[in-house]
Design a protein around this ligand. Structure first.
Ligand SMILES: Nc1ncnc2c1ncn2[C@@H]1O[C@H](COP(=O)(O)OP(=O)(O)OP(=O)(O)O)[C@@H](O)[C@H]1O
Ligand SMILES: [Mg+2]
Length: 504
């Protein structure tokens, strides 16, 4: 029997609807994605993109409507049904087992066995083949939990690719990939298109959409808005306007500010991930951007600044006082806060409500100071953050695990914005967040700076760093390689400083 029960035709969504308690996630979604084409799904956080892909992957059963591949109607009751019909969905949340090796994760369910024993050598060899094109540098024997978030994402993608499906759907696959990893993924997606596959692609990153997609369908609040069959006849502004339903003039919301006195001074810092001593000053009321490619040492530097790692050399001076940070607790007490990059991992409390997830840091913070946070304050704070960040939730009491990926990100960000601080460290603050919400987050960053807070933003998004920073420091290979004032910042200059230096 043919492994794939489909005829290689188009993928059709016919009037798909899906309701969750209190939320109409999808209503009457109909559109067609053609073979040999990469079809983007776009829409704001909570628009229903992931829900549609979960229906395609058999994880959810629609309340109404159906799917069709070519002439055949599909009725998926489980993930296995979807896989058997030649569909591969790479979900927004990873579904891997951190305790197992990369190879075991890749070949879970079809491990090569001899005499009933798993043949490790063969397992690792086969895994290496699957990884070759996408991530040849990953050792199949490595424990998955030891990989970076980006590498784990690549393993998940390689796993889906290994099934040689006819329909392949990616839900924000690049949110944690480096520029080089993204390039490799784009090449592979181009190949899938050329082989005549149906590719669905969800991303909030405009440049990716315009780079690899042929068509785009826009959703808003669970409804179909429009399909553009030819993306090359569209410009970014038209697409954004269609998504958010209004014009966004300037998403960065930058306003010039008076630079004030010194807030945090780093003198000759050395620590894990830093190969040369790092010195810089962040001023009150300043947005200081850190640009660099993934692995440049920016996250490691932030970890030193907030007490997650101990300094090997050098010192930190805040408001003229030398700090001795032994733990993040010391940093928080001093007024230095880190909003980490891997916000999912650092922690949502999945069963907790949106309000609890917002207030958790404030609670800890106050407990350390020996006082309780009044329930009234928590209530108001949750409502304030939900409003400020435009979190899409039926109520503050909704369990956070029922929110869309981007809305969970916003809640975690709200957690940090609930605290009083002198220095705010933001690591990739807008990853996975839609363009309307991004703009709102930039506004919040500028407001914090206007209140006199020193905001340090680490980002791999060149346009973002240039758009929001007063000054940009560039890192490469664990060292600071340059400082660029806002007026002098352009893509070429920053990239040049960020690229690894050639050695003679
Ligand atoms: N299991 C669930 N229970 C309750 N509500 C849910 C569930 N899954 C999704 N929702 C809700 O359905 C809506 C659509 O969510 P979905 O995850 O599909 O959005 P999305 O377009 O993928 O957003 P994002 O860009 O943030 O990832 C949201 O309002 C979300 O809170
Ligand atoms: Mg999603």
């Amino acid at each position: 029997m043919d492994a794939h029960v489909n005829d290689g035709g188009s993928l059709r969504f016919n009037g798909i609807g899906k309701v969750f308690p209190g939320v109409k996630a999808l209503s009457d979604i109909s559109f067609v994605a053609h073979p040999g084409s990469v079809h983007a799904l776009m829409g704001e956080n909570g628009a229903g993109k992931s829900t549609l892909l979960k229906i395609l992957g058999g994880s959810y059963i629609p309340d109404s409507g159906n799917l069709q591949i070519g002439e055949r109607p599909m009725d998926f009751r489980s993930a296995a049904d979807s896989i058997d019909s030649g569909v591969a969905v790479i979900h927004q949340e990873l579904h891997l087992v951190p305790e197992m090796s990369v190879a075991e994760n890749l070949l879970l369910g079809h491990m090569p066995a001899r005499y009933g024993m798993v043949n490790r050598q063969m397992l690792n060899r086969r895994a290496a083949e699957l990884l070759k094109e996408l991530a040849g540098e990953i050792d199949p024997r490595e424990r998955l939990g030891n990989l970076s978030l980006g590498q784990r994402q690549l393993v998940e993608i390689a796993k889906a690719m290994s099934r040689n499906a006819h329909v392949i759907a990616f839900d924000e696959p690049t949110s944690s990939l480096s520029a080089r990893e993204i390039d490799r993924l784009m090449t592979i997606i181009g190949k899938l298109r050329d082989e005549g596959k149906v590719v669905l692609y969800v991303s909030h990153r405009m440049e990716e959409i315009f780079r690899i997609c042929d068509a785009v369908t826009v959703f808003k609040d669970g409804r179909f808005v429009r399909t553009f069959e030819q993306i090359d006849q569209l410009d970014q502004n038209q697409l954004v306007t269609c998504m958010v339903g209004r014009d966004i003039q300037d998403i960065y919301n930058y306003r010039p500010r008076e630079r004030q006195g010194e807030a945090l001074r780093a003198e000759g810092l050395l620590g894990p991930g830093l190969n040369e001593a790092v010195s810089f000053t962040a001023h009150k009321g300043e947005v200081l951007g850190f640009f660099g490619l993934v692995g440049a040492g920016r996250t490691e530097l932030l970890r030193l600044l907030c007490g997650l790692e101990r300094l090997k050399a050098g010192q930190l001076v805040l408001d003229g006082q030398v700090l001795n940070l032994k733990s993040p607790r010391d940093a928080i007490a001093a007024g230095i806060l880190l909003c980490p990059e891997d916000r999912k991992k650092e922690g949502i409390v999945p069963l907790g409500s949106v309000a609890e997830n917002i207030n958790i840091s404030a609670r800890h913070h106050h407990a350390q100071l020996g006082c309780l946070v009044p329930a009234q304050w928590e209530r108001e704070n949750a409502e304030r953050q939900i409003r400020a960040l435009n979190v899409k939730t039926p109520s503050p009491d909704q369990p956070i695990m029922f929110l869309s990926g981007g809305n969970q990100q916003k809640v975690i960000l709200g957690r940090w914005l609930s605290l009083s601080m002198k220095v705010l460290l933001l690591d990739e603050p807008t990853r996975g967040i839609d363009i309307g919400a991004k703009s709102e987050i930039y506004q919040i960053i500028h407001n914090l700076a206007a209140e006199g807070i020193a905001v340090i933003v680490v980002s791999s998004d060149l346009m973002e760093v240039i758009g929001i920073s007063d000054r940009i420091l560039v890192m490469s290979e664990g060292a600071l390689t340059g400082e660029v004032a806002r007026e002098q910042a352009d893509e070429a200059r920053l990239l040049q400083l960020a690229l690894p230096r050639t050695r003679g």
